[in-house]
Design a protein around this ligand. Structure first.
Ligand code: ATP
Ligand code: MG
Length: 187
């Protein structure tokens, strides 16, 4: 059972695992925080080629008189691509470097109450971003800032650092029945 606390704390949360729901759970939390008047930034590593519905819903919230400027979402990649080790495309590496520069600056800026680093755990797993570097920045984050990291295969160092870690476990995914990505569910 949930006990409510008056004491405010900034949490580090991880949504990982092979099952569906890592990004969408982070977006659900973002929606909850925005409704509480919190300033929410969503940065999506690797993504870029698909137009996801959340880009428009967050933009509409950001343009509304009630939540104006309190939320933003940005894609910082060019879509899921073949990466890893010697096969990493220098252009993808450059985009991850730029994405991390933007993410770390946002974390330390004090301008946000919640920051979602969507798919960042993939970039660490692919060897494109250092887990130590991310952990070091998270240790220096403003005390009340919440940060959510998503992606499969969360690095042990970050799992250790996080307050709440959830593993999505696949029982079944429609994909295994040959059903391709559906509008509103997958994008
Ligand atoms: P979502 O964005 O739907 O919450 P996710 O963040 O958990 O999914 P990712 O690893 O980021 O999953 O992959 C994104 C895409 O891959 C989504 O379209 C999602 O439906 C799909 N996907 C996630 N898990 C699986 C799976 N176990 N099998 C097949 N496709 C999957
Ligand atoms: Mg995802």
């Amino acid at each position: 059972m949930t006990e409510f606390s008056d004491e405010r704390r900034g949490l580090i949360l991880i949504n990982t695992g092979a099952g569906k729901g890592k990004t969408t759970a982070a977006l659900g939390t973002a929606l909850r925080a925005i409704g509480n008047g919190m300033r929410v930034l969503i940065l999506q590593f690797l993504k870029g080629s698909w137009h996801y519905g959340e880009l428009d819903s967050i933009a509409a919230l950001a343009a509304s008189p009630e939540f104006k400027g309190n939320c933003a979402i940005r894609q910082l990649g060019r879509g899921f691509v073949k990466v890893g080790g010697a096969e990493t495309d220098p252009e993808d590496q450059r985009m991850v470097d730029d994405a991390w520069a933007e993410a770390s600056a946002a974390i330390l800026s004090g301008e946000w109450d919640l920051i979602v680093l969507d798919e960042i755990l993939y970039t660490i797993g692919y060897g494109m971003l250092s887990a130590e570097l991310v952990a070091d920045t998270l240790r220096r984050k403003p005390e009340l800032l919440h940060v959510i990291l998503t992606g499969r295969n969360a690095h042990p160092l970050l799992v250790e650092l996080a307050d709440t870690v959830t593993e999505m476990r696949e029982i079944r995914h429609a994909y295994t029945r040959g059903i391709l990505a559906q509008r509103g569910i997958e994008y």
